[in-house]
Ligand binder design. Structure first.
Ligand code: UDP
Length: 236
């Protein structure tokens, strides 16, 4: 499929138009950022690995009845996707405490939640630094209807449950993940964006070793190897 105009270039991906107005190409980059873009770097092979990991996970979720934007492989680093009108909301689904949740409520990283999963909503707004939103904020902003919020939240929980089980069988604990949703041309909600070690926390179930972007954020070393290990586990 011929790539058309570049529509959007983000920190980790470039989206291109195609001859079909309802089909885009999403190309994954090796560049990585953290802390609102304040930390920048390159993770060798990340584009290829995140494309492969996301393609596999979108395929799994589709097989299990979750509508996604994935249409098929385009190249080693790119996939064809449905054009979606994205909700400007990040859905973070948490199975164990880590990262900002640990800081916010004082649970040490790895603490089990009393009533998992927790779903949090963040406003996708760079100028505001993607703040956490409570229901009152969502009701005020009106950037997603209550019905769409309920449906996407249910999809996020279903996708999380499928992914938790899939990774557990491969010796990985899915600690948390960030999901994004949008509507296709028919008005159906689909899971978009990516599912990768950039957007999920994966810990080795035996050793607790971090196999995700925290290795980059926290300068733990072995970043490329961690992404390669996640890919290796899901390919088996
Ligand atoms: N996350 C993401 N994009 C963001 C913020 C978070 O993909 O802009 C993911 C992150 O990789 C983790 C989960 O969402 O898997 C929860 O992140 P958290 O709120 O703990 O923030 P962090 O500690 O990464 O700043």
């Amino acid at each position: 499929m011929t790539r058309g105009e570049k529509l959007y270039e983000g920190k980790a991906k470039i989206v291109y138009a195609t001859a079909d107005p309802e089909v885009y190409v999403q190309d994954f980059k090796d560049s990585a950022t953290a802390f609102d873009g304040k930390k920048r770097g390159t993770i060798g092979g990340k584009g290829r690995m995140n494309n492969a990991i996301s393609a596999r996970l979108f395929t799994l979720l589709e097989e299990r009845g979750i509508a996604t934007h994935f249409l098929g492989w385009e190249s080693e680093t790119a996939m064809r996707i449905h054009r979606l009108d994205m909700f400007p909301v990040e859905f973070v689904v948490r199975n164990l405490a880590a990262g900002s949740l640990s800081k916010r409520i004082g649970y040490p990283e790895g603490t089990a939640l009393k009533n998992p999963p927790i779903v949090e909503y963040y406003y996708k707004d760079d100028a505001l630094g993607d703040p956490l939103l409570c229901m009152a904020h969502l009701n005020e902003l009106q950037v997603i209807s209550p019905e769409d919020l309920a449906e996407a939240t249910a999809m996020a929980k279903q996708a999380n449950a499928i992914l938790v089980e899939f990774f557990a069988r491969r010796g990985l604990t899915l600690v948390d993940c960030k999901l994004e949703f949008g509507k296709d041309a028919r008005g159906a909600i689909r899971l978009g964006d990516e599912i990768s070690p950039d957007t999920c926390r994966f810990w080795d179930s035996e050793t607790g070793e971090k196999l995700d972007k925290d290795r980059f954020r926290r300068d733990l070393g072995g970043v490329e190897d961690a992404y390669a290990e996640v890919l290796r586990r899901i390919e088996r």
